[in-house]
Design a binder for this molecule. Structure first.
Ligand SMILES: [Zn+2]
Length: 312
């Protein structure tokens, strides 16, 4: 059975917090100092172009990071702000950067759920969302925005969040992949904000593209990106197979499956792993491969379709 270890993760990181560094032609990176099990060494903000520039993902509401970003563009004009998605490590610095620069804000839209809440369901990662964010300009899939010497193409890539957007940068033949594709780890797909079926469709969407380099929201640039995306697709298929394999031994709840499937998991990520399993379950239940009582939920018990009821 294929397990997590088949993805060639890059656990190194070349940026010092709040120091600017050129990472690709016409792209500078500034990493925020917000390391955590969810953010790796910190959120990476990007400056695109030269002279008249765009800032992509201004980052968390952290004055030192905002100052570092504004310092990095001193003597230049910031004309555009782009946001990949509305988690609190990506968008809360927008108001301060916008106030300082007057730039317009472009994104898919405000934060929203991938599906309605079930009765009695609460949002477990609620604190991670920036509910205040509103773009000046809402972008549709395939829309392009041009500045001085750069063009970004908006690519809707839901899954991590419903409003996640990646941006293809034509002039430098690369994609800003946000948290949809990262080199240090797989992304968290946590219902109801995220959805596994969306995430897989978004991986397949990028797999059809040829840009060799991805610049993610956390971690180092990803080279050989189309091949890496294939690894991520295979990894999720492997995880799904592991879940089905476990259910083949009998009905189980999500904590039991997390223990069986996530070997050596950082204990701080147990909750997130449970939500990832729930994301798989939603898809498996929709497909009819797995049964549960009522809608797929974090507290539910799951069994293979056609398998006898456990416990009787
Ligand atoms: Zn992030």
């Amino acid at each position: 059975m294929r397990m997590a270890d088949d993805v060639p993760f890059d656990k190194s990181f070349d940026l010092e917090p709040d120091r600017v560094k050129e990472v690709a032609p016409l792209v500078r990176a500034v990493a925020a100092n917000n390391p955590s099990p969810f953010t790796f060494k910190g959120t990476v903000s990007y400056i695109i172009g030269s002279g008249k520039v765009a800032i992509l993902d201004p980052g968390p509401d952290d004055d030192a990071h905002v100052a570092a970003l504004l310092d990095a563009v001193r003597g230049e004009t910031v004309t555009h702000i782009f946001v990949t998605h509305t988690h609190r490590d990506h968008s809360p610095a927008v108001p301060k950067v916008k106030a300082a620069t007057g730039a317009k804000v472009f994104a898919e839209g405000p934060h929203r759920l991938a599906r309605p809440l079930h009765i009695g369901e609460t949002r477990r990662l609620d604190a991670s969302a920036d509910m205040n964010f509103r773009p000046d300009v809402a972008l549709a899939d395939g829309e392009t925005v041009s500045g001085d010497g750069w063009t970004l193409e908006a690519l809707t890539t839901p899954g991590h969040t419903a409003n996640h957007m990646a941006f293809a940068f034509a002039e430098s033949d690369l994609i800003f992949s946000g948290d949809h594709v990262m080199g240090w780890s797989t992304t968290i797909v946590a219902p109801p904000d995220g959805a596994m079926s969306d995430y897989m469709a978004s991986l397949h969407k990028l797999a059809k593209r040829s840009e060799p380099l991805y610049l993610p929201g956390h971690g180092n640039p990803i080279r050989n990106a189309p091949r890496y995306v294939q690894h991520l697709i295979a990894h999720r298929h492997g995880r799904e197979a592991s879940i089905l394999h476990r259910l083949g031994k009998g009905a189980a709840d999500i904590p039991t499956i997390v223990k069986a499937v996530y070997i050596g998991l950082d204990p701080r990520l147990t909750g997130a792993a449970g939500l990832s399993v729930l994301a798989h379950m939603e898809e498996l239940v929709t497909r009819g491969a797995v049964l549960t009582d009522g809608p797929a939920s974090i507290a539910g018990t799951y069994r293979l379709a056609g398998a006898p009821l456990a416990g009787g």
